[in-house]
Design a protein around this ligand. Structure first.
Ligand SMILES: *Cc1c(COP(=O)(O)O)cnc(C)c1O
Length: 523
């Protein structure tokens, strides 16, 4: 194995012999172009034996019965198993390689967490069970709440929101309830350019007018522009910190002081708390509400859209308006405070975010992660995440332009632009060529403030050797793009599918498979 600036390359044992360029099946060993189940299945095959039905469906269901065959494909049981197993082997996951998506934080999920989450006392309970039969689960929620409140230096926490964006809505609804309680009809929320896209979406969804605040040359909130815009119509400011350029907002305290002096509230998007956990307490920075993405900071990778969990921590001022339910420790054990049991001081709660208590499977994983790392270990998580991202930033900034490279270290993610690629080559070509190199691409074209943005987040668990190999791959691909290597435009060459039309699936979705023979028969 050789390690050099461009990473390590395994030595091939087969020598320089050339194999055939094509195979009979078109497969490349384990890589095969798996057909759709509609293409390989047939309507007269089935993998299950159903008994004969006594009466035709139309007799039993009246007008509700289907009047024509819908053409669902059938396969034998082993064919079905193979089809889905083969598809599953085309997945890229944190368990198969580095997941460099920025603003997304694919965390390693220690197997211990899975053991704990699957314990029957957590996995097999029902949210409507009597509370005296789920004391252990309630204790987990309570302990996790204490960790979150302590780590953030805030006053209270709502555990129920089911993702980061859901947490934002929760925070903004609490702010609205607090404003309404004092008869205040402010209707503007200020969202700096460096904020995550969900922030303006949340503000608009909650019925506010959204106004932007420019970023300064260093990729941070322009403090003076923000101060000038503050006034009696501003309900809140939503600040992402660390922001979507992967930078810490150093003026956070000054921003909070100015917003409070103008009678508004400070919402902080803390989705990327993994960069500062154990190092910074948002409560010390004057934050009134902040969501934490458990799935980005305390394990549970969330590829493919879930699962997520976005608890929201609140300042003292917003605590009375926080949603129900929450878990309270009493002399008789753990109790759920719900609408019926809410004492006077919770009576101002704005309502509920979910039917029950939140994402229990993630609470158990997050608490195991915290307990197994300890307070010092969590601090090291943040330090290693930042170290890894800066290693990527500095290792690539001679081949890629880092727009904020001069304004100090980054936090958990490194941001590059497409400046310097040969005419006609784009960020997309880099991303597709990385697939050929065996990597999931980085986040592309986000944040919008940087042209052709490439946002790379390595996370803290990647080793130096692993990072060197990834950096070597990016470097090699970028050098090809700078030299105008036309083969990049066809990438990926080795994936099961070649370059796809990026928008056709959204513009012309095929949601129903119509078997041409069946359609004809019905007509
Ligand atoms: C991921 C992220 C969100 C959204 O979180 P979801 O759990 O995907 O809803 C919001 N803000 C920032 C800064 C993020 O990184």
């Amino acid at each position: 194995m050789t390690i050099n600036q461009s990473g390590w390359k395994p030595e091939m044992t087969s020598g320089d012999q050339q194999g055939p360029t094509e195979t009979f099946t078109g497969a490349r060993a384990l890589m095969r172009d798996e057909a759709l189940i509609f293409e390989i299945g047939s309507t007269d095959t089935t993998g299950v034996d159903f008994g004969e039905v006594e009466a035709p469906a139309s007799d039993r269901l009246g007008g509700l019965a289907r009047n024509r065959d819908i053409g669902l494909p059938g396969l034998s049981e082993p064919e079905t198993v193979r089809h889905y197993t083969r598809l599953s082997r085309q997945n890229y996951a944190i368990d198969t390689g580095i997941f460099p998506l920025g603003s997304c934080t694919m965390k390693h999920n220690p197997r211990l967490n899975e053991r704990v989450a699957r314990m029957p006392g957590f996995a097999d309970i029902h949210p409507l069970q009597p509370v005296d039969t789920v004391q252990g689960a309630l204790e987990v929620i309570h302990q996790l709440s204490n960790w979150l409140v302590t780590l953030t230096g805030m006053h209270s926490v709502a555990m129920s929101p089911k993702a980061g964006a859901h947490g934002e809505l929760c925070g903004i609804l609490a702010i609205r309830a607090a404003l309404e309680a004092r008869g205040d009809t402010r209707e503007v929320i200020l969202v700096p350019e460096s904020a995550h896209g969900t922030n303006p979406a949340t503000a608009a969804f909650a019925g506010y007018k959204v106004e932007g605040i420019p970023a300064n040359g260093a990729g941070r909130v322009d403090l003076e522009a923000l101060k000038q815009r503050l006034g009696p119509d501003v309900a809140a400011v939503m600040i992402t910190n660390p922001n979507t350029c992967g930078l810490f907002e150093p003026d956070m305290k000054a921003i909070s002081d100015a917003v409070h002096a103008a009678g508004g509230f400070v919402y902080c998007d803390g989705a990327n708390f993994n960069a500062i956990v154990g190092r910074v307490r948002p409560g010390d920075l004057g934050v009134d509400a902040m969501h934490i993405n458990l799935h980005k900071t305390f394990s549970t990778p969330h590829g493919g859209g879930g699962p997520g969990s976005g608890p929201v921590v609140f300042s003292q001022a917003l605590t009375p308006y926080a949603p129900l339910p929450f878990v309270e420790k009493t002399a008789d054990g753990f109790q759920l405070v719900e609408e019926e049991t809410a004492e006077e001081h919770h009576a101002r709660s704005f309502g509920r975010m979910v039917a029950f208590h939140g994402q229990m499977g993630m609470f158990t994983r997050a608490l195991s992660y915290m307990l197994s790392h300890g307070a010092d270990g969590l601090k090291q998580v943040a330090e290693d995440a930042v170290l890894n991202a800066n290693y990527v930033l500095r290792s690539l900034s001679d081949v890629l332009q880092a727009p904020f490279g001069d304004s100090g270290p980054c936090m958990h993610e490194a941001l590059f632009s497409d400046k310097g690629l040969a005419e006609g080559f784009s960020t997309l070509d880099i991303a597709k060529a990385l697939i050929d190199e065996g990597y999931h691409p980085m986040t592309m074209y986000f944040p919008l403030v940087v042209h052709g943005a490439m946002l790379i987040e390595p996370t803290e668990t990647e080793s130096k050797a692993g990072l060197d190999q990834f950096i070597g791959a990016v470097r090699s691909v970028v050098e090809r793009a700078k030299a105008g290597d036309e083969t990049l435009k066809g990438a990926p060459w080795y994936a099961p599918r070649r370059r796809l039309d990026e928008t056709q699936a959204a513009r012309k979705p095929v949601l129903v498979w119509e078997d041409p023979n069946l359609v004809q028969a019905a007509e």
